[in-house]
Design a protein around this ligand. Structure first.
Ligand SMILES: *Cc1c(COP(=O)(O)O)cnc(C)c1O
Length: 377
């Protein structure tokens, strides 16, 4: 069958604020590299929104994670607990520090690690936990912080998918020693490529600032007391970010609206046990990064078939969930993590982005519902 052109992409950035104006301003000012007024403005805006001190803007979420790990002290000989069900940047960043990722399973309902699954993954060399608030639902920070405290582990939050989500009324990003955000094109807000690191300890934060810029001492030309990186965010990217941050409430609300509508539309499918939907947990305010459904019957081929037909028949682009990290060649391990494996085999991500109208959500829901019934029944 001939493919429709994509009518609904899985994700797209929404750049309808002052992004264009700010980028032009940056271009005309000549400040196009990793220095310039928009970088500091963007850092200040994000920090204020999250109610955190001193965000450090960098060129990607992966760079933000790497610096956050270094701020926590991760290094050779250390094991760091990370989810098996996550984006590959998590273990990659651990490896960039010379440390080793050890994989924890996730709760099949919340998709997040829990204190129990982390505990199962701990080794004698585990020094810290990289907690990912997956798909925008905050993990149970209370029990995980208690575990970390009792075991003498540091806690790092990967908030790449959770900008604006809150736990007990506090936005995520300030619950551990450090945190990292991503502003890739499909995240809640975007700078094209970009990220931001937050560090609690002021001295470690200063170090991270130097590491971003080749370890350069800002007070003295060509004096590099640390071996750093070029992880600077460009003024052009930050200009986009400033435009996005002016509309952050809109972006967060849009994702709530879309998620609520999908969940309402899928209530019957979920009630019949065919699929499970993203859950709501009291005390945790999610920001739906991407909306996903999980098939609860049938083998892993069912999700692929539904995804193929969604694109061919309806022009709906979807994505599979993550292949668990322990099934990738460079992290291959002969372990069985049923939560991560179930999600990886049965999850389907649906189009989720600011500006996706109610009519579109209804149309996508209807198409997905008929495909799920067709393939599963
Ligand atoms: C997107 C993402 C990252 C990495 O961000 P980049 O900006 O693409 O480098 C890290 N962790 C998680 C969980 C992500 O979703």
């Amino acid at each position: 069958m001939k493919s429709n052109p994509i009518r609904y992409p899985a994700s797209r950035p929404h750049l309808a604020g002052r992004e264009r104006e700010y980028v032009l301003e940056a271009l005309e000012s000549g400040w196009i590299s990793g220095a310039g007024p928009f970088v500091e403005r963007f850092e200040a805006h994000v920090s204020r929104f999250l109610d955190l001190e001193g965000g450090v803007a960098v060129c990607s979420g992966t760079a933000a994670l790497h610096l956050a790990l270094l701020a926590c002290g991760a290094g050779p000989g250390d094991d760091v607990a990370t989810p098996a069900f996550t984006f590959v940047a998590c273990p990659n960043a651990v490896r960039m520090c010379g440390a080793r990722p050890v994989f924890a399973d996730c709760c099949p309902l919340t998709w997040n690690m829990t204190a129990a699954t982390i505990e199962q993954a701990l080794t004698p060399r585990t020094r810290g936990v990289m907690l990912v608030h997956l798909f925008g639902l905050p993990a149970d920070v209370t029990e995980i912080r208690e575990l970390c405290t009792s075991r003498g582990l540091w806690l790092l939050e990967d908030c790449a998918q959770a900008m604006g989500a809150a736990f007990d009324g506090r936005r995520v990003g300030g619950f551990g020693a450090a945190s990292a955000f991503s502003f890739y094109g499909n995240k809640v807000i975007s700078t094209g490529e970009g990220g931001m690191t937050f560090v609690q300890d002021p001295e470690a934060r200063r170090r991270v600032r130097l590491l971003r810029n080749q370890g350069l001492d800002p007070q003295r030309h060509h004096w590099h007391p640390l071996a750093g990186f070029n992880y600077r965010m460009t003024n052009l990217s930050a200009a986009v970010g400033c435009g996005q941050m002016e509309q952050i409430a809109f972006h967060v609300d849009e994702r709530h609206r879309i998620a609520r509508r999908y969940s309402r539309n899928f209530a019957e499918l979920a009630g019949s046990g065919r699929v499970s939907l993203p859950v709501e947990v009291p005390g945790r305010e999610r920001v739906t990064w991407l909306y996903g459904i999980v098939l609860e019957r049938g083998g892993s081929a069912a999700a692929d078939l539904i995804r193929t037909r969604a694109l061919e028949r309806y022009g709906i682009q979807t994505r599979p969930f993550y292949i668990p990290m322990h099934r990738l060649p460079m992290y291959a391990e002969d372990i069985h993590l049923p939560g991560a494996e179930h999600l990886g085999d049965h999850g389907i991500v649906l189009p989720t982005y600011s500006g996706l109208g109610d009519g579109a959500v209804d149309e996508i829901s209807g198409a997905m519902e008929s495909l799920v019934r067709e393939v599963m029944d």
